[in-house]
Write a protein that binds this ligand. Sequence first.
Ligand code: SF4
Length: 194
Amino acid sequence: MTDTNDWARLLRRVRACAACELPLGPRPILSATPTARLLITSQAPGRRAHEAGRTFADASGDRLRAWLGLPPELFYDSTRIAIIPMGLCYPGTQEDGGDFLPEARCSQTWHAPLFAHLTQVRLTLLVGRLAQLRYLPDPRGSMSEAVAHWRDYLPTHVPLPHPSWRTLGWARRNPWFEAEMLPELRARIADILK
Ligand code: SF4
């Protein structure tokens, strides 16, 4: 069982982190408490999440919540669901409209101490290739291959595409994702959270 004082101290340290030079400055965003049973490890907050101070506060979040069958009040219930991205701060946006990759030092610095408190987690969703490369037991192949073979990583991990608008075309080309994988994943998540 995790020590709540240790957890609170750790969260204060994370939220005070200013290790990186970032276009809009540091604003670490995560949602977690040690009782969480589902962990979502994504890429990094986008600009709207940065402005709102809340992870997935954008259209990508709406899409992810729809994929997982999670209403916002449950998605943001940190006692049940932890959301800890690979980069905790908004990394800035490139000219092509995509965000920069998050600072590698962020997950290297904070994930191990944070995850050490999440002892109740039964399933980790790896949203996007960066999280998959870091945490899938065997991350060979492409994002698409990893997601297509998602059952191979059960019962501990499930790889998912990033839920940005760029994924819409991919989902159309891979109809099994919405027709087969998501209903099964929703049932699995509902069972974990009940
Ligand atoms: S991205 Fe991570 S390491 Fe960098 S300032 Fe934010 S919390 Fe700190």
